[in-house]
Design a protein around this ligand. Structure first.
Ligand code: SF4
Ligand code: SF4
Length: 94
């Protein structure tokens, strides 16, 4: 996919096509990334429910799956919401 210049973007950044968020890899501009301590995780899935980018997977068996770093923007909401504080936000090494 070629990058669009600002003159080609929709005015106001409107969404004109349903589901087009999949084309925008928000992980590109991340500074921090979540690091989950799976030993401490109680699989409550609060992080899955609150992640604004749906970057956290819930497995069919109701346990925590992987975090899709293509879409995780490093906002830290998952870390803040985790009741057992097992998600640490770490500075990303590029
Ligand atoms: S840091 Fe933000 S975007 Fe990334 S997984 Fe956590 S809640 Fe989702
Ligand atoms: S919020 Fe914390 S304890 Fe709950 S599933 Fe996510 S990482 Fe595990």
């Amino acid at each position: 996919m070629s990058e669009k210049g600002w003159k080609e973007l929709e005015i106001g950044g409107r969404i004109t096509e349903a589901g087009n968020a999949a084309k925008y890899k928000t992980g590109d501009w991340r500074t921090f990334l979540p690091d989950v301590d799976r030993e401490k995780c109680i699989n409550c899935l609060q992080c899955y429910l609150y992640c604004p980018d749906m970057a956290i997977e819930a497995k069919a068996d109701g346990t925590l799956g992987k975090i899709d770093l293509d879409y995780c923007k490093g906002c830290g909401i998952c870390s803040n919401i985790c009741p057992v504080k097992c998600i640490e936000m770490k500075k990303e090494e590029k």
